[in-house]
Design a protein around this ligand. Structure first.
Ligand SMILES: [Zn+2]
Length: 218
């Protein structure tokens, strides 16, 4: 738990069991993408210390507000004294003003079956929470852009920099366009319910990676 993997010189993955978090930047100036569940905070702090010694991140950025991606945001934001950013369409959920719909058993697959027995946990409301700026360099994500990939949640976002798209569980889709598709589509019967939103995210991210806007950036 908390194992670091260097994906590119400025993109490091933190494995948190069934989810990942990402550290973008270098040890002196970096941003945390997603936090995992609240119970992952200790592992994430250890990983961050290993990555940057005691240099805190510039900010915490959330791909969306589900408990398994944003569960540790409040605790880590307070620990480091840094703000949290997300799409404006996720802000009502992250502030506790709205709740995500409960999982739908009708979607099929293992998680669909499981949905009839579980209630999706909610995150503690965030206070130092802000809308992602259009210029991500303002929050330490130099050279990166935000790609709106709604579907999984209303304000789900992905991130890309030249040749790289990061999406779904903060997963780095690929360094090459041709691999984005499969990287975004986990195999296995349990994921039927996820296929449509994942494909939607994949299509949007591929469209972005193919666009002039992506490749014309630094
Ligand atoms: Zn989610």
């Amino acid at each position: 738990m908390g194992r670091l993997t260097t994906v590119t010189p400025t993109l490091t993955r933190v494995a948190l069991g069934y989810v990942n978090a990402y550290l973008i930047g270098h040890p002196q100036r970096w941003v945390l993408i997603d936090t995992g569940e609240r119970t992952h905070s200790a592992a994430l702090l250890r990983a961050a210390r290993q990555f940057s010694a005691d240099v805190p991140p510039q900010a915490i950025v959330l791909t969306h507000g589900h408990f398994d991606h944003a569960g540790g945001a409040r605790e880590l934001s307070q620990h480091w004294g840094v703000p949290v950013y997300a799409s404006r369409f996720e802000l009502p959920f992250l502030r506790g003003a709205e709740a995500y719909p409960q999982p739908d058993p009708a979607v099929g697959g293992f998680y669909g079956w499981l949905a009839q027995f579980v209630t999706m946990p909610t995150c503690e409301p965030l206070t130092d929470l802000h809308e992602l700026p259009s210029d991500l360099a303002q929050i330490g994500l130099d050279g990166w852009v935000c790609v709106a990939t709604p579907g999984h949640t209303p304000g789900h976002v992905s991130f890309s920099t030249r040749g790289i798209g990061c999406s779904w569980r903060g997963m780095p889709a690929s360094r090459s366009i041709s691999r984005v598709g499969w990287a975004l589509l986990p195999a296995g019967r349990g994921f039927q319910g996820h296929r449509r939103p994942i494909r939607s995210i994949g299509r949007r991210l591929i469209a972005h990676l193919c666009s002039w806007r992506h490749w014309s950036r630094r």
